[in-house]
Design a protein around this ligand. Structure first.
Ligand code: NDP
Length: 284
C-alpha cells in the first residue's frame, strides 16, 4: 500500500515521518513543498503518475492565520486550488484523499463541542480558505476523509508550545489569553489517527465511511491553561498572567470556543484518544 504525503516538512508531515517506521506494511512516500507544489497541477499529475499512490495525505497548507488576512490570494491558492488539484489527481489515479481541515471553520459561538454536522461560519481568511478547500474536494469526488483538527503542536516546526518555551527563555513574565477555549492536538496523535483511518479502510474495501471527521486530543482548556501546563511539565518557573482577547488584538479574529466532538471518528475507526495533558507530557 503506497501513501503519498504532501507538505512533508510541516508539523504533521514530520510527525508522519516520525511514525512511519512503525508501519512496515505501509510504503510512505514523502514530498516537501519543493518536491511537490500542490498549486501546480502539472506537478501534481507528474508525481501521481510516478508514484501511483493508493492514498494521499495532504499535510500541505497555508497555515499563517494572521498573515492570511493580508495575503488572501496566496492562502486561497494553496488551501483551495492546491487542495482541488490533489482531489483531481486522486480521482484520476484512483487514490483516496485524506485532507486536514481546522476548527477555525467555525465562528466559536457554540458552548458545546462542535460536531461534523454543525454549519461552518469562518471568522477569518484562513478559516474561509480551509472551508472552501473542503468544498472543493466535495465538488470533485466522494473518496475523501476530511479531518478537522485544532491547536496542533509537536516537537517539529513552529507552534504554540515551542513559542511559549522560547519566550520563557527570553522573559520573566508572560500574558496569555484565557477566553478562547479549545483543545490542543499533538501532531503525532493526529498522524496515528490518519494511519488508523487508512488501515480500517484497507480492511473494508466496501467503504461507506468517507466524509468529514473531527480529531483533537480529549479535554478542553484555554491558551492560558495550555501555557501553564507547558511550563509546569518543563519545570519552568515563570509568571503567567491571564488576559482577555481584547488585550491581545490580532489581525485575524479567532473562535472563542472551538472544542471538537470526536464521537464519530472514535466510533467509525475504533480510535482511542489521549487527554491533551497526557499527550503534552509525552511530547516534552
Ligand atoms: P505547517 O505549517 O507546519 O506545514 C504546512 C506545510 O505545507 C509546510 O511544510 C509547507 O511547506 C507546506 N506547503 C505550503 N505551501 C505548499 C505548496 N504550495 N505545496 C506543497 N506544500 C506546501 O502545518 P501543520 O503541519 O501545522 O498543519 C497540517 C494541517 O493541519 C494543515 O492542513 C492545517 O491547516 C491543519 N491545522 C493546523 C493547525 C495548527 O494549529 N497548526 C490547527 C488546525 C488545523 P514550506 O514550509 O516549504 O512552505
Amino acid at each position: 500500500m503506497v501513501v503519498l504525503v504532501t507538505g512533508s516538512s510541516g508539523q504533521l508531515g514530520q510527525s508522519l515521518q516520525f511514525i512511519a517506521g512503525n508501519y512496515p506494511d505501509v510504503h510512505f512516500v514523502f514530498r516537501s513543498s519543493s518536491e511537490l507544489d500542490i498549486t501546480n497541477k502539472a506537478n501534481c499529475e507528474a508525481v501521481f503518475s510516478e508514484i501511483n499512490p493508493d492514498y494521499c495525505i495532504n499535510a500541505a497548507a497555508y497555515t499563517a492565520v494572521d498573515k492570511a488576512e493580508s495575503e488572501p490570494e496566496k492562502a486561497y491558492l494553496i488551501n483551495v486550488i492546491g487542495t482541488k488539484n490533489l482531489a483531481e489527481a486522486c480521482q484520476k489515479y484512483s487514490a483516496i484523499l485524506l485532507h486536514i481541515s481546522t476548527d477555525f471553520v467555525f465562528d466559536g459561538n457554540k458552548t458545546t463541542p462542535y460536531t461534523e454536522s454543525d454549519i461552518p461560519n469562518p471568522t477569518g481568511v484562513y478559516g474561509q480558505t480551509k472551508w472552501d478547500g473542503e468544498k472543493a474536494i466535495q465538488a470533485v469526488f466522494e473518496n475523501y476523509f476530511i479531518v478537522r483538527t485544532s491547536w496542533v503542536y509537536s516537537q517539529f516546526g513552529a507552534n504554540f508550545m515551542k513559542t511559549m518555551l522560547r519566550l520563557a527563555s527570553e522573559r520573566d513574565s508572560l500574558s496569555v489569553v484565557d477566553d478562547q477555549i479549545g483543545t490542543p492536538t499533538h501532531a503525532v496523535d493526529l498522524a496515528e489517527a490518519l494511519v488508523s483511518i487508512i488501515k480500517t479502510t484497507v480492511l473494508n474495501p466496501k467503504n461507506d465511511n468517507y466524509g468529514i471527521y473531527n480529531f483533537s486530543n480529549e479535554g478542553q482548556c484555554s491558551w492560558f491553561d495550555f501555557a501553564q501546563k507547558i511550563f509546569e511539565i518543563n519545570k519552568i518557573a515563570i509568571a503567567v498572567t491571564p488576559i482577555p482577547t481584547t488585550s491581545y488584538p490580532t489581525p485575524a479574529q479567532r473562535p472563542k470556543f472551538s472544542v471538537l466532538d470526536k464521537s464519530k471518528i472514535k466510533n467509525a475507526f475504533g480510535i482511542a484518544i489521549r487527554n491533551w495533558e497526557e499527550s503534552l507530557i509525552k511530547t516534552t
